[in-house]
Write a protein of this length. Structure first.
Length: 422
């Protein structure tokens, strides 16, 4: 009876990819890993603000965690095309669990410093920059073409929706004095261990064709040349770069925004805001996973871009947490769906032999830009305040999005037909 009900659920169009065994384990591993990441981020961000009272310090640690996506991603993409992608993912899960355990121990014994966090989050970010292209390149080999959009969208749901499930438990814990940050970090370790167990159950073996004799530099150049010579992929990369720089780089300012603008006295309000992002992300991407009509995909790309630009303005003028949390949910829905759609278009156009390198370069543009944006926004919030950062950058993004729609006929065609031609 139970197995029959599970099979009935898997037949739903929104969950079609989950009927494939290895994808199901990969999806579950990503969910636990995402929960570990977001509980870690919230706990560490609040800890830094508590200890230093400077948003700039939060920006430094956020920068350290994201800059590997700029420095390591090209090599990580090459590794994903040369070595077994499943083994790379397994190694990164173990390494991230070890880093989280070290941070947790240092916090519990009250020996943690800013520079401990900078070094350890850099290592963790390096592992995640290796994990992302490996997982992104592995998934297209676990499902047939007709389920690929569904698989990528559901994978995005784990990455973003894990904010909801992880923070659903973590946020109340942050408000309990004898649990607080250290207890949430223990929860992060447990989630990462669970993810490692599930990724170890995956059997799919997948590599690209980056041959050893072609050399590191030549292999990376091949990926860059393909991206920038392919007009459609370069348009999506450009969209993602502006989207990440102007409306997604809020990690360094949300802690001080929750304290100064929403009256937070502990990390729970920050946790609930991130949980709101996660809830919206989960709902948005699951709905998007059931969309099969190409034209609707194009329309969703256009409207989620517009909403991604409008919601930070609403957040900037939210008078309290009750108003801010639903806005965060709408932000999460729009941003995650927009990113899932651009990822799907890029993965659909890219040949499998280059998927690792193209995925890593996509991540490089997103994560690398977000690293510098978070660093700058963190220090800017110490000089001014966080609301102007939210609404000024959002207005800039809406301006760029309008300009792209007017000047790029290929993008207008995607909006109109939902089809991206290489």
């Amino acid at each position: 009876m139970v197995l029959t009900k599970i099979r009935d659920v898997q037949r739903l169009p929104h969950l079609a990819a989950l009927k494939h065994r290895d994808y199901r384990f990969t999806w579950t591993a990503n969910m636990f890993s995402g929960a570990a990441m977001w509980t870690f981020i919230v706990a560490v961000s609040w800890l830094i603000l508590q200890k230093s009272d400077r948003s700039g310090d939060v920006g430094i640690v956020t920068f350290a965690s994201m800059i590997p996506f700029l420095l390591v991603s090209p090599i990580a993409g090459l590794m994903a095309d040369r070595f077994d992608r499943r083994r790379i993912a397994w190694f990164t899960f173990i390494a991230n669990g070890s880093v989280t355990a070290v941070v947790t121990t240092l916090v519990i014994i009250d020996a943690i410093t800013l520079w401990h966090l900078v070094i350890l989050t850099f290592v963790s970010g390096s592992m995640r920059s290796m994990q992302e292209p490996a997982m992104a390149s592995l998934i297209p080999n676990q499902v047939p073409q007709e389920d690929l959009l569904n698989a990528i969208t559901l994978n995005a749901a784990t990455r973003h929706g894990a904010r909801f499930f992880g923070l659903l438990v973590a946020s109340p814990l942050l408000a309990i004095p004898f649990i607080g940050v250290s207890g949430v970090l223990v929860l992060s370790v447990v989630c990462q261990v669970a993810g490692t167990i599930f990724i170890s159950l995956v059997r799919t073996r997948s590599t690209g064709d980056a041959l050893a004799q072609s050399g590191l530099l030549r292999s990376m150049v091949d990926g860059l040349v393909y991206i920038y010579s392919n007009r459609m992929i370069s348009i999506f990369i450009l969209l993602v770069a502006f989207h990440c720089a102007l409306v997604m780089s809020n990690d360094s300012i949300l802690p001080v925004f929750s304290r100064n603008e929403l009256g937070a006295v502990d990390g729970s309000i920050l946790g609930y805001m991130v949980m709101g992002f996660g809830a919206g992300s989960l709902i948005g991407t699951v709905i998007m996973a059931g969309v099969r009509d190409d034209r609707r995909k194009g329309q969703w790309l256009m409207w989620t871009g517009i909403i991604s630009g409008l919601t930070p303005i609403l957040l900037a003028f939210s008078p309290n947490a009750v108003a801010a949390i639903p806005v965060c949910a709408l932000m999460g829905a729009a941003q995650s769906t927009f990113m899932a759609l651009t990822t799907t278009y890029v993965q659909t156009i890219a040949p499998d032999r280059l998927r690792g390198r193209i995925s890593s370069l996509y991540i490089l543009h997103a994560g690398g830009i977000m690293a510098f944006a978070n660093l700058g926004y963190g220090f800017t919030a110490d000089v001014f305040s966080s609301p102007p950062i939210l609404y000024v950058t959002a207005i800039l993004f809406l301006g760029f999005l309008s300009a792209f729609g007017i000047t790029l006929p290929d993008l207008r065609r995607v909006y109109r037909t939902g089809r991206a031609v290489a």
